[in-house]
Design a protein around this ligand. Structure first.
Ligand code: UN1
Length: 490
């Protein structure tokens, strides 16, 4: 097999790619001997320099006509579409997703950029009637300023795209710190924006540790806003510092998403969606299906249908196009997930592992757990791996109670053929995203994305709602206008 040379990554500082002392080697989680990228580390001087540069570029970018900002995003979108196969391959090698998922996610990032490019020709305010004659009231959406964007490894191009694109479209400048595990994909996204003509300083890409970024960009007040997707612990810590600085904060944290299967569900359709939702990307999505809550009368046939489908997954080298289940992000993650599953087994859960996976690397056999209590930690805490727990409940009321009985509230799904059953779930599910007869994962670029309870900080990403985070609203009362009307001259 031919060996692909590692890519030497550089930070983007003030429009120039700059190297630095090697900090780490990014490795293929399926083949830890394969180095995918060599990553430099930013020191405190580089980090604070990036913040100064982004601040300096702000006035010019904010006054650039929005459609001209959109042109850059349109061009970057086209470049990502052209490069989807090669970036998708690198993404798969670096993150462990399958090749199809890597290419699909790159195309998705392209679609996200295209959507936000289009938003630059939409209205940026509204006109209101005043109760006073001769007064007109308007609103105007203006950029917030310098936005710090901190992104996770599990969607290494889609999530950066869905934060960076609206930030830039609405006239902000960006300090971007990608996940340490997926620097190469982040680099490719930034490269496409630079190749598309993004002016120097408008986007600063820095490879650095999370704590250094927090102290340099957040605790110092160098940024005006921070958007973060990642773990709950880091999110809470970041938010407490950012709120203390009166920054605008957006958090997308974990999920413990459930599929409810009603007695009248099409079990084949449900099992398809459960397996896709729990096993795609090896279960490493905050929207993944972690729990299945089945009305007892269908639990046994549903379990059989799920086991049969997981049995047809093909584990292996994620860049082999026939492989449908890749490794986890790193060997430590697979050891952690395995430990959680074995602890659940120790407490009485029955585990089925229908396929074997390659040894070595970060592969982990997919697991279906049956006989798990809804209050057990395996059914309460985010696991982030190819694991799904199944529990039986007597009826729909109990199913909805169990569905809502977790700290998270990102997405949830119900399988039923009955409109009233579906609507009860739609109304009472305490999640930000509800699916009816569909998998819990997935998000379209033009619709709001976000959770309730512990999953989000209430603001929504993507779609038009992104403008609520990435802009601030100014209300303008214009007084002393002539008190005239359209029909005065008739
Ligand atoms: C999806 O379900 O396709 O980190 C997107 C995550 C989520 C994004 C999920 N913020 O997994």
């Amino acid at each position: 097999m031919s060996v692909i040379a590692p890519v030497e990554l550089r930070h983007l500082r003030g429009g120039t790619w700059v190297g630095g002392p090697l900090e780490r080697e990014g490795r293929n989680p399926g083949r830890p001997d394969e180095i995918v990228a060599r990553v430099p580390a930013a020191d405190a001087v580089l980090l604070s320099g990036a913040a100064v540069t982004a601040r300096g570029a702000l006035a010019g970018w904010a006054r650039t006509p929005a459609p001209a900002r959109g042109e850059v995003l349109f061009r970057a979108s086209a470049l990502l579409a052209d490069r989807a196969e090669s970036i998708g391959m690198e993404l798969a090698r670096e993150e462990g997703k399958t090749l199809a998922e890597g290419i699909g996610e790159t195309r998705r990032a392209s679609a996200i950029l295209r959507y936000f490019a289009g938003q630059t020709t939409e209205a940026i305010g509204a006109v209101y009637p005043s109760s006073a004659p001769g007064t007109r009231i308007q609103t105007l959406r203006q950029p917030i300023g310098v936005v710090a964007i901190v992104t996770p490894w599990n969607f290494p191009i889609a999530i950066p795209a869905w934060k960076i694109a609206p930030a830039l479209a609405y006239g902000n400048t960006v300090l971007f710190k990608p996940a340490s595990a997926t620097p190469l994909t982040a680099y490719r996204l930034v490269e496409a924006l630079v190749d598309a003509g993004l002016p120097a300083g408008v986007l600063e890409l820095v490879f650095a540790g999370g704590a250094d970024v927090t102290s340099s960009w957040i605790a110092s007040g160098a940024a005006d806003a921070v958007s973060f997707t990642g773990s709950e612990a880091v999110g809470r810590e970041l938010a407490s510092i950012a709120y203390g600085r009166h920054m605008r904060v957006q958090l997308e944290l974990g999920g413990k998403n459930a599929v409810v299967v009603a007695a009248d569900a099409d079990l084949e359709v449900a099992a398809d969606a459960i397996v896709r939702g729990s096993m795609a990307s090896a279960g490493q999505k905050c929207t993944a299906t972690a729990r299945v809550i089945a009305v007892e009368s269908v639990r046994v046939p549903l379990l059989a249908a799920i086991v049969a489908r997981v049995g047809r997954l093909k584990a292996g080298d994620q860049v082999d196009p026939s492989v449908t289940l890749g490794p986890l992000i790193d060997p430590a993650a697979s050891a952690r997930v395995d430990g959680l599953v074995r602890a659940a087994e120790g407490l009485g859960a029955r585990a089925t592992r229908p396929i074997v996976v390659p040894s070595g690397g970060a592969h982990l056999a997919p697991v279906i757990l049956d006989g798990v209590g809804g209050d057990s930690s395996i059914m309460q805490d985010e696991v982030f791996g190819p694991v799904v727990g199944l529990m039986g409940v007597p009826d729909l009321d109990a199913a909805i109670r169990a569905h809502n009985g977790v700290a998270y509230g990102l997405s949830g799904s119900i399988f039923t053929r009955d409109l009233a059953t579906a609507d009860r779930f739609i109304q009472s599910a305490r999640v930000g995203i509800v699916h009816v007869n569909g998998e819990t994962a997935g998000a379209e670029p033009h619709v709001p994305f976000g959770g309730m309870k512990g999953s989000s900080s209430w603001s929504r990403e993507q779609g038009k709602s992104a403008s609520e985070f990435y802009t601030q609203t100014k209300t303008i009362y214009v007084d002393g206008l002539p008190s005239v009307g359209l029909f005065d001259s008739e």
